[in-house]
Design a protein around this ligand. Structure first.
Ligand code: 8LH
Length: 473
């Protein structure tokens, strides 16, 4: 059962040999050049299919003068115009509710999900039953690679609503033959209840955002529970940077006594686990035979060489309801092609996805990512677990201020310890970022915690001025 065709055919009772580290050995370990040839063939298949079924792709490619059959190499594919989130929103506004890139009859839709739509019109995902099963099979395969096995309990600690993260983890666990536990998140008091349930169920697998795993550990400790008692073996995270940031990953691994696996791209690109680490390989592997990923120059939308940084552009090779073909993410990462400890022959994102181009800011000529600040803070003993990043303009240049919590231990030691920690934070930030930040230490638990993705950047000129005055600047 290791076919690789478009549309894909999966048998829902297939399992690899129990001792195999791979679900589909050939697909995962084949010569990358051979895989690239097969990817080109799959790209032609999916493009021909999308052209036949969707006015959206017809318009786009007719205008660019491109046909599926023109694609003979991966370099040819770089000529295909990218798809943006805005185009999807426009298509859905004109052709409600699923847009004219829906490639299956509306009657085939089995699940509706969507973006949160906190700004502007949300995007609706119409997922056919066939695709739902494909996603489940893809995710089961990748979760097998993380070391999860049939019979394991998998605890899903993310909201089960519009968000595809939680559902993707859930259906992967179901297909893998796990005891799937859709615990959810987001209701008042739910984190304390999660502590109780984790203690009762002792799951092998746990899914959430990295921020929420840290939050949960704080609540467990407040309840007098050591998170190691949950007996978790694998924490797999998506939704935000963290799982591939060494200081955060190591801290969480230490707190839970479990392995952290980073995964996840975009809801539109579900099966979103197609970028995922494995039991033996850190960072994220690009499972290119499921979704073909190019790390590209954001100006030219052409691939950058391995070793360089760019934005991921994604192409579904197995979806048939709303296939995304060269969807540009606006995220930032860098990719490498090396031998991977797990033996899979995929390219890898050693530092995961570090953030969005939109979230990057420039301070005196240096590019600064919020995740780099989190990385520094999480690596310092005495950090209280939350912070805010304030970008402002003090005079003619942008300025950076960081409000960081100290922990209870530093609070007990008194003001000298707080001051010393503040100086350490300032020195470390300046060493790592290459720019000076105004650092203000704040009491433990100053900032609210999140049960989803952390939002830490505040773009606020007035706040900068008042903090600077408070600090005597
Ligand atoms: C990430 C990561 C990651 C997502 N490291 N940044 O959770 C996976 C899917 C369902 C998801 O979060 O989709 P959504 O809500 O469309 O958000 C996509 C964005 O989230 C993506 O563009 C990234 O900026 C971020 N993200 N997983 C770092 N493992």
């Amino acid at each position: 059962m290791e076919e690789w065709n478009f549309p894909p055919k999966y048998s829902n009772d297939y399992f690899p040999e129990p001792a195999s580290p791979y679900w589909f050995r050939d697909r995962e370990t084949m010569d990358p050049e051979k895989r690239d040839e097969l990817i080109v063939a799959r790209i032609r298949d999916v493009m021909a299919y999308a052209y036949d079924h969707s006015p959206f792709y017809q318009r786009k490619w007719d205008k660019a003068g491109i046909k599926a059959n023109d694609i003979r190499t991966l370099a040819d594919f770089e000529e295909v115009p990218v798809v943006t989130k805005q185009e999807l929103r426009d298509s859905q506004a004109k052709n409600p509710p699923f847009g004219d890139y829906l490639c299956c009859p509306e009657s085939d839709i089995h699940h509706i999900h969507g973006t949160s739509g906190t700004t502007g019109r949300p995007t609706a995902f119409g997922i056919s039953r066939r695709d739902w099963e494909t996603i489940a099979n893809n995710h089961a395969r990748i979760m097998w690679g993380m070391g999860l096995r049939p019979g394991d309990t998998v605890f899903v600690a993310a909201i089960l609503s519009l968000y595809m993260g939680s559902w993707g983890a859930l259906i992967g666990a179901e297909r893998l033959g796990c005891k799937a536990f859709p615990f959810g998140a987001g209701a008042p008091g739910m984190t304390a209840r999660a502590v109780t349930w984790l203690g009762m169920m002792k799951p092998a697998g746990f899914y959430s955002t990295p921020s929420y795993a840290l939050r949960l550990a704080e609540v467990a400790r407040e309840e007098g529970v050591d998170p190691r008692e949950f007996g978790i073996k694998v924490l797999f995270f998506s939704g935000e940077p963290g799982g591939s940031i060494p200081s955060i990953r190591d801290k969480i691994q230490d707190i839970y006594g479990a392995k952290v696996v980073d995964c996840g791209t975009m809801a539109e690109l579900t099966p979103w686990m197609h970028a995922s680490g494995s039991a033996d390989t850190e960072g994220m592997l690009l499972w290119q035979d499921i979704v073909y990923t190019e790390v590209a120059d954001p100006n030219s939308n052409r691939r950058v060489p391995y070793g360089e940084q760019g934005t991921p552009i994604y192409t579904h090779l197995e979806r048939t309801s709303q296939p995304m073909i060269r969807m540009v993410s606006g995220d930032l990462t860098h990719w490498v092609m090396e031998d991977n400890p797990c033996g899979r022959t995929y390219p890898r994102l050693p530092k995961g996805i570090y953030g969005r181009i939109d979230d990057m800011f420039q301070i005196r000529g240096e590019n600064v990512y919020p995740s780099a600040i989190a990385e520094v803070l999480e690596g310092l003993a005495g950090y209280g677990g939350e912070h805010r990043i304030i970008i402002s303009r003090g005079g003619s240049m942008d300025e950076l201020a960081v409000q960081a919590e100290f922990n209870g231990e530093i609070a007990r030691q008194g003001p000298d310890a707080v001051r010393a920690l503040g100086e350490k934070v300032e020195a470390e930030l300046s060493r790592v970022l290459g720019v000076r930040a105004l650092v203000v230490m704040v009491d433990p638990d100053t900032f609210p915690r999140t049960d989803f993705k952390a939002q830490r950047v505040v773009d606020d000129r007035d706040l900068y001025q008042s903090l600077n005055q408070k600090r005597g600047g």
